[in-house]
Design a protein around this ligand. Structure first.
Ligand code: HEC
Ligand code: HEC
Length: 464
């Protein structure tokens, strides 16, 4: 009896163990079966650059009858052209068109690209060998630099989509590229009041590599947009006959064509019509689009840097003329500068609040789209666009300045405006008026609310 009892007591855990063992064998077998079914047990597949489907949809809606689409071959063609010129996220390339690699290296350094691209990987000492962008940036900005990484939808403002080639906080005027130094400041300081973090702790050479990678993604994305817009006028014709590029290298094909033209070979065979058409298309894409477009835009941004005049001493709150400068600034803010139109009578950003930034305007201006009505924009969000959100003018009662709070930073913002946003350039303002506005903007967080909404007498703001 006793023995029987004992056996019952001890057999219970055994059953559990047996079940556990069986379960693990089963799970193991299931994993094995799944692995085999889905093509082996390798690491997850390498990420690819994502096609700009929002731009494709936008161009389709602009140029084709309702519900018609571009030829399916266009997707492949865009991918083939872009891969030929820029490689893949694992193995980037950069087109050196003029044959002058040294010059090209100055604005996009190839070694830096390789360092920033690819999988996150480091050596024994923990120093990164590759994957800087994927480690630090892609969860927000996306592998493609489309600003649609996995966390993007939860952030406001959204992470930047680099493909439009617009940058907000820079020392150059609207429609000019930022300098490397501008981007370095963004990476070191982050953008206060947004999710864009500071990468102050990264060593200089890693920051530099990341800057070059952002430029690479920007140039690639800009060319992609241009190619897509070209397609809208081709009515199903191919962009370029890729059968003339057997190894898929467009730059090599162009170099070869040019060498053939230069050679004095008497026995040269007349090119066929198709070959001539191909030459024309190749020349157009590489020279007219890429070289004249993004590559020119990104060369020497230093030449267009805005000169900042000396900061007036009265900007300092302790200076005897400070109050007069602030008064002058208040006047310009409400009258000539028209700042209250957007930033509001209270300066809290509650003026004109139903505007959209350029990244959103880019597609919500398509026919039939109403950014406040989901039904009308669903096609675009299905294609990868983020839900449209209005951009609010800044609340200037809070001392948080995205582009930096130094008087020089604010001078640049007010003089040049903020690219891609409704914040306009103060083209008609004098240097003196801009400094007065800087003084007023810096004073606003400390000014009593009663004083902000002024009475206007003869176009002069009377606040005290
Ligand atoms: C947690 C999310 C996040 C991460 C990580 C992140 N960013 Fe950003 N980034 C943003 C957001 C949000 C903005 C847009 C801010 C705005 O529009 O004011 C931005 C803007 C930018 C801009 C545009 C600046 C300008 O002047 O317009 C650059 C360049 C940039 N990021 C580069 C990077 C790089 C390089 C990395 C990786 C080293 C990185 N970001 C990592 C969220 C992020
Ligand atoms: C048409 C609307 C509009 C007008 C007019 C306007 N702003 Fe803005 N302003 C904006 C918007 C929108 C932003 C936010 C841009 C962003 O960072 O995305 C902004 C941002 C700013 C910032 C924040 C800069 C930073 O680094 O964070 C300052 C300062 C500013 N505006 C000052 C002014 C002044 C001074 C005037 C008048 C000369 C003015 N604004 C006129 C819309 C406007």
């Amino acid at each position: 009896m006793l023995a029987e009892n004992r056996s019952v007591r001890f057999s219970f855990p055994n059953v559990i163990q047996l079940v556990k063992l069986n379960t693990s064998v089963f799970v193991l077998a299931l994993c094995l079966a799944l692995c085999l079914a889905f093509g082996g047990c390798e690491k997850s597949p390498a990420p690819k650059f994502r096609l700009n489907e929002v731009e494709i949809l936008k161009q389709e809606k602009a140029s084709l009858p309702q519900d018609e689409h571009f030829a399916e071959s266009y997707d492949e063609e865009i991918n083939a052209v872009l891969t030929s010129l820029f490689g893949t996220p694992e193995s980037p390339k950069f087109p050196y068109l003029e044959g002058d690699e040294d010059e090209a290296h100055e604005f996009v350094n190839f070694d830096d690209l390789k360092w920033a691209a690819g999988r996150v990987h480091s050596d024994r000492e923990g120093r990164p060998i590759s994957g800087l962008y994927r480690e630090h940036c892609s969860h927000c900005h996306g592998i493609t630099g489309d600003g649609a990484g996995p966390t993007a939808a939860f952030l406001n403002p959204y992470p930047r989509d680099f493909r439009l080639s617009k940058f907000k906080f820079k020392s150059t005027p609207l429609r000019r590229s930022p300098t490397d130094h501008d981007m370095e400041m963004i990476l070191r300081n982050g953008i206060p009041g947004t999710a864009m973090p500071s990468f102050r702790t990264l060593p200089d050479d890693e920051i530099k590599a990341l800057i070059h990678y952002v430029k690479y993604l920007t140039i690639r994305g800009q060319l992609e947009r241009m190619l897509i817009s070209e397609l809208s006028s081709l009515e199903g014709e191919p962009l370029m006959d890729m059968s003339f590029v057997p190894d898929g290298d467009l730059v090599a094909a162009l170099v070869k064509l040019e060498a053939d033209e230069d050679s004095d070979d008497e026995e040269e065979v007349e090119p066929t019509e198709e070959q001539e058409a191909f030459e024309e298309q190749l020349d157009y894409v590489l020279n007219e689009l890429l070289l004249e477009g993004p590559l020119t835009r990104w060369s020497d941004p230093e030449d267009s840097v805005t000169e900042i005049p000396e900061v007036p001493e009265a900007i300092a709150a302790s200076h005897p003329d400070h109050a007069a400068l602030v008064d002058k600034g208040r006047e310009v803010f409400f009258a000539k500068g028209n700042c209250a139109q957007c930033h509001g009578e209270t300066a809290m950003g509650d003026g004109q609040t139903a505007s959209y930034d350029d990244w959103t305007n880019d597609w919500i201006k398509s026919a039939g789209v109403d950014p406040t009505d989901k039904k009308t924009y669903k096609d675009f969000t299905d294609a990868g666009a983020l839900k449209p959100r209005a951009i609010r003018p800044r609340n200037l009662r809070l001392p948080v300045y995205r582009g930096g709070g130094q008087p020089q930073n604010l001078y640049l913002r007010i003089l040049n405006g903020i690219e891609g946003t409704p914040m306009p350039a103060g083209a008609t303002l004098t240097e003196e008026e801009i400094w007065a506005l800087v003084a007023y903007v810096k004073w606003l967080p400390y000014e009593h609310a009663d004083k902000v909404k002024p009475k206007m007498v003869n176009n002069k703001a009377i606040a005290r």
